[in-house]
Design a protein around this ligand. Structure first.
Ligand code: SF4
Ligand code: SF4
Length: 392
């Protein structure tokens, strides 16, 4: 998962008589490809002038967003909207959209590269989006490695995070994880933990301009095992979503009381967020993950409501049924609580239901218990309690 987001609770299960009501608590909305930076690895291709120009001609207007997204998203359980881009704040109607989202009853999370953020703008964002708004910023590393993948100095982001703290605005950090920062991850995560800032990892993938760097930056299963996963496991502030996640199904079941979106555990959501969030791009196309936008399309909000798109799409039918996962993900004890990264599966094999190619666990069958399960269960308990009581 890539998000600037927060865990959600609240069931929407089907009964024997009522029509099934699907539950996607979070909508990731890339409302523009326009950006004030030009990062070389940009997954929404905002560094590609031609692509942005074309997209701008098809970008949804303020009123379209209200009618096609804000008015219908609650029908599929959406309660939080993550506004992203490009740089969302380059949209002239950004504050208006936040205010409209609030009027429709959504909480907002704003992803930003931090460049435009100053005291006045942050106060205006808070006023438009409300006190429960979350500012989500990207940090890949606290040192020069950051500039290798983001076209901005990390100091810009750190300053924006400090300002948010001063103004009482909730904070979140997205860490794009790849070979470029795997050796500094521990330090980055220690720092985030010390600052009590929740974060999530976004895997480096071949979406958009990332395709040119995929071989260079995407982590292998050996690197996942040696460098990345040990850090994921020991930092519960990042448990909102990562894979592989060796969480015992019965532990989640006990905590969530069996809450699911079809087969995808929720309350809190963990592991792969496909089935928990929906993603919409600037032109209105819908995908099961932010990282799968532009490469997988279930439909367009200009042609059908989100409820119609999700319930009528074969892709969502498969994604929501983790019984259909292939390879070792399909015979794994963590098939439901983890699910494996569908984006990494897709970019490595072309099949979004294939096994997660970065996973180093080798289950013989569902009885195989991972050596890291006990540690994962313990960290999950801490995370879940924090998520519940801190209102993250
Ligand atoms: S496919 Fe799943 S695990 Fe991978 S980035 Fe998307 S939500 Fe996260
Ligand atoms: S085999 Fe798949 S489901 Fe099991 S832990 Fe690995 S990625 Fe997760």
């Amino acid at each position: 998962m890539i998000l600037g987001t927060t865990p959600q609770t609240g069931p929407a299960s089907a009964s024997a008589t009522a029509p099934e009501r699907l539950n996607f608590p979070t909508l990731y909305f890339e409302a523009t490809r326009g950006c004030n930076l030009s990062c070389d690895i940009c997954m929404s291709s905002s560094n590609d002038v031609q692509r942005v120009r074309q997209s701008k001609r098809e970008e949804m207007s303020t009123d379209e967003i209200e009618h096609l997204v804000l008015k219908t998203a609650k029908d599929v359980g959406v309660r939080v909207i993550i506004w992203s881009g490009g740089e969302f704040l380059t949209r002239k109607d950004a504050l208006d959209l936040l205010a409209r989202a609030r009027r429709h009853g959504y909480r907002s999370s704003v992803c930003s590269n931090g460049v435009k953020l100053n005291r006045d703008l942050l106060l205006a964002i808070q006023e438009a989006g409300g006190n429960d708004l979350v500012m989500s910023l990207g940090i890949n590393s606290l040192d020069d490695d950051n500039e290798g993948t983001r076209d901005a100095e990390v100091e810009v982001t750190l300053k924006a995070l400090d300002l948010c703290e001063e103004l009482g605005i909730k904070r979140h950090v997205v860490v794009n994880v790849g070979r470029h920062n795997m050796k500094t991850l521990g330090r980055t995560m220690d720092w985030l933990t010390e600052k009590r800032i929740p974060w999530n990892r976004s895997p480096f993938t071949a979406r958009g301009s990332g395709v040119k760097h995929f071989t260079q930056h995407a982590v292998s299963r050996e690197e996942m095992e040696q460098y990345v996963h040990p850090e994921f496991r020991r930092h519960f502030f990042g448990y909102v979503s990562y894979t592989p996640l060796f969480l015992a199904p019965e532990v989640h079941e006990r905590f969530s009381q069996g809450q699911k979106n079809r087969t995808v555990p929720q309350g809190p959501s963990i592991g792969c967020w496909c089935g928990t969030w929906l993603a919409v791009n600037a032109e209105g196309y819908v995908a099961p993950c932010a990282i799968l936008l532009d490469v997988l399309e279930a439909g367009n909000v200009r042609e059908g409501t989100l409820a119609e798109i999700v319930s009528g799409s074969e892709m969502f039918g498969r994604i929501l049924d983790r019984n259909q996962l292939q390879g070792k993900c399909g015979r794994c004890r963590y098939q439901f609580t983890c699910g494996g990264c569908r984006a990494m599966a897709f970019f490595k094999t072309g099949d979004y239901m294939a096994e997660d190619p970065t996973c180093f666990f080798e289950p013989a069958d569902r009885n195989t218990v991972c050596e890291h399960e006990a540690e994962t269960n313990e960290m999950f308990a801490r995370y879940a309690i924090m998520a519940k009581y801190a209102g993250l």
